[in-house]
Design a binder for this molecule. Structure first.
Ligand SMILES: [Zn+2]
Length: 291
């Protein structure tokens, strides 16, 4: 009898794990860090494609059907691709409004919220800038709310989630000090980005985004805007263009050739060139502020 009980107890964690679907790789990594082997994590988006328009695969529906928890970046980033998948999956545990629908943007302060709801603000940032996860100071906040959410869904493992969070937060604190030191020489400078992807990172370390290569979020570059940018960068002696890995790089290179600015091409999520969240911010700080 004792032996049977022991076997049953050992088998429990396998069946008790929480099925979590993460909209983006960085969320998946946070869940794995906090949830460890008590969670089964599926990630929908990839770091190599446009996060505003993840191309749905048929397998996504099955993944969503089996999920206990769906964790979104929110702030409108998934508006173009998650809602139809959710209605097809028809899983009451994770529909909007249920406790398994978890929108991380509710826990951080977002920037650049348009005063009026109009397409004059561009195509993709109707609720403000949703790329808040690229502020490294937001990461422990996200890790903490994920820890609390996992504890709510799976209270038996509360202490396990808390211990993992504490270890993560302590390590992250050390990294924040390191990035602070690395970025310090670049305070009070200006940069141009392709899209407003890196605004939170640049703002955090005192680098102002003078303009973007896109005339508006989600709108492709025009020759008129590109010529205006070249003149602005020459006037203000802006020497840095921050390019992401999924937009075309030709316009940035053209502007760099005309102005002498350097182009840095950066990953925006875990996966493309960045093996984990720490290396993502290591790459960003070392590439943006080289000295
Ligand atoms: Zn965006």
């Amino acid at each position: 009898m004792k032996r049977i009980l022991l076997i049953l107890l050992c088998a429990v964690p396998m069946f008790a794990s929480v099925h979590v679907t993460a909209a983006y790789p960085y969320i998946g990594e946070l869940v794995k860090t906090i949830g460890g082997n008590k969670t089964q994590v599926s990630v929908l988006g990839t770091s190599s494609s446009d996060p505003h328009f993840v191309v749905p695969r048929p397998s996504f529906i099955g993944v969503l059907r089996q999920s206990d928890l769906l964790i979104l970046n929110g702030g409108g980033l998934e508006i173009g691709w998650i809602p139809p998948l959710l209605s097809q999956a028809n899983n009451p545990k994770i529909i909007q409004g249920s406790s398994g629908y978890f929108d991380l943007s509710k826990y951080v302060k977002t920037i650049d919220k348009p005063a009026s709801l109009s397409r004059a603000q561009g195509d993709v940032h109707a609720d403000g800038n949703p790329h808040y996860a690229l502020d490294p100071y937001n990461i422990p906040i996200l890790a903490k709310v994920i820890m609390l959410k996992l504890s709510e869904i799976d209270p038996a493992e509360k202490a396990f989630y808390r211990a993992n969070y504490d270890a993560f937060a302590a390590r992250w604190k050390e990294k924040l000090t390191q990035w602070e030191q690395q970025m310090a020489p670049c305070r009070n400078s200006e940069a141009v980005q392709y899209h407003e992807l890196f605004s939170y990172f640049l703002n955090r370390y005192g680098i102002r985004t003078a303009d973007t290569i896109e005339p508006l979020p989600g709108i492709s570059p025009s020759s008129r805007h590109t010529m205006e940018l070249i003149s602005l960068m020459r006037d203000r002696r802006i020497g840095l263009i921050v390019q992401d890995t999924y937009h075309e790089p030709k316009t940035a290179q053209f502007i760099a050739d005309k102005t002498g600015a350097k182009v840095v091409s950066l990953p925006y999520d875990v996966g493309t060139g960045a093996k984990d969240l720490e290396s993502l911010f290591d790459i960003m700080s070392s590439q943006i502020c080289r000295h």
